[in-house]
Design a protein around this ligand. Sequence first.
Ligand code: FAD
Ligand code: MLT
Ligand code: ZN
Length: 582
Amino acid sequence: MPTRVVRVKVLFDARARIAALLWLVKPRVVGGDLGQATVRVVPRDLRRRVDELDATHDDEECGCDWRHTCASHQSMGGASHVIARDGRYGEVTEDDVKHFVRCVGGDAAGVVVSTSATATNLQDGGGDALDKYNVDWMGKYHGRSRVAVLPKTTEELSAIMARCHARNLAVVPQGGNTGLVGGGVPAHDEVVVNLGRMNAIVSIDEDAGVSVVEAGVVLEELESAVRARGMTVPLDLGAKGKCQMGGCVSTNAGGLRLLRYGSLRGSVLGLEVVLANGEVLDLLRTLRKDNTGYDLKQLFIGAEGTLGIVTKIAILTPRAPTNVNVALFGLDSFASCVELLKLARGRLGEILSAFEFFDRESLDLVLEQLKGTRDPLAKPCPFYVVVETSGSVKSHDNAKLQAFLKIVKNKRVIVDGVVGKDEKHAFALWTLRERISVALKYAGAVYKYDISLPTARMYNLVTTLRARLAPQFGSGVKVLGYGHLGDGNLHLNISCAEYTDALERAIEPFVYEYTRDERGSVSAEHGLGIMKAEEIIYSKDAKAVELMGAMKRALDPRGILNPYKVLPAATRAAALVPMSKL
Ligand code: FAD
Ligand code: MLT
Ligand code: ZN
């Protein structure tokens, strides 16, 4: 059973190292009065700096000149949700920082402290070592943490958590910081625990098709490592170059391969987790079958860092397909997209590996924002579908695809279509779907909703919302629909120049009520984070939320793990065990 250990080189900001050392030699006040800190939209100047820190903005990767494109689209402003800091949490002191440095064995790179002089480090425009930990990928949510710790081992993390627990310091676990609901950044001054340095691939077992990784391994790095052995990761998403396996597990990320491999809940075989009090819970098994009692690992999958910090993962890595085809179709109605899905399921069967849709509005934005992209078909269509097949016998797969193409053409389900002629062409077709979220980010402000709805009626929400917003907001507000049609998952996005209360009020709670009335889910795959902690009630009944509170109480009685996220404020408050009883 071949085993390989890979430690990925991580680069550190020299400024942050110096700051950590300075902190220790020069006493200073930490935290201070942060008052009614807010989850707010990042100011214009800062937004560019955050973009520059963003590893997904890679010219080579996306083939576009993002710096140029971004510079002309910085028009953010205003504030969104305001959440009060909970005064029960302690504030980080100089002693805590010294302790954290000891926990990471005196390695200054393992503790990053704010380099700005003021408590409102993000507002001073001077650039701060903590910016990249405080601000999310969209540049939409930001906190005011003064310290980020980056342990290298489970033992180090355990010691850090024991300290935070004893001192009642709130903590936000953080992976690649690509989450889309503000879950991975602090709401206030929480200690950021970033898993980026726990990035070893522990083992790859080709016989069993199972890999064991530390939580900080980047999805794309795992994919490359297993690909070299003819295997694949049963998860793929647009953020693969930056998101970490721990973050993916903690959000139960769905992505582009769920149709083929199912949810991570089925692919993850085992976990190691550090609990709120620093104890290590060893659920790291590589067994496919294990019915000994409750399946505790499921509690941490999709818990968004509120129940424990995932440190190691055992995940199925099946054989990679050797023959992949990608086709893109233009269609004249959403009903035709649904008809195409039915035919794809019936005719392509076991080789169907992705079925994604987007509307013309989404494509227009991609063509406008991402350099190097091209209209894929001769004439514009209102809807597009990307179909991928993955198999292992070329002649068989290709024959199936040809038969499928013939039937959808003859039945006039599609208006036009194109099949990727080589890998480069297939990649270009995929880009039109996969990078819509990047185009949205460049275009300005975006309200994002990630909804499960009955497939056939899914797009009605897009047209209903368009009709609702147009009279008041005109053409400056664009409503886009795209998503994982094969999974019944709509990404509803409202793109506009800036965030305004009026627009937000016109969208919410309407979108949530609509989803509730359809018995859908207000979070299909992105999680609840800080954005939708109160909105869980639209998709879960009161008893279920109460039980979640009981789980939170059992695992994190002080409520230090990712406070303000996932559960409504009232449920979180009820879950806290009074200090006198601890
Ligand atoms: P972060 O953003 O750092 O954190 C996400 C949440 O997990 C936070 O609540 C955080 O506290 C918690 N967390 C992180 N690491 C740990 C840990 N080790 N232990 C405990 N808690 C932890 N999502 C999809 O589901 N499908 C998609 O197709 C998809 N496409 C995307 C495309 C783009 C371009 C972008 C920017 C995002 C996309 N996402 C998608 C959202 C995001 O990438 C996923 O949610 C991803 O799983 C987050 O991983 P991360 O490492 O960046 O986590
Ligand atoms: C996607 O499917 O593209 C992602 O979930 C990101 C998004 O919703 O924008
Ligand atoms: Zn998605």
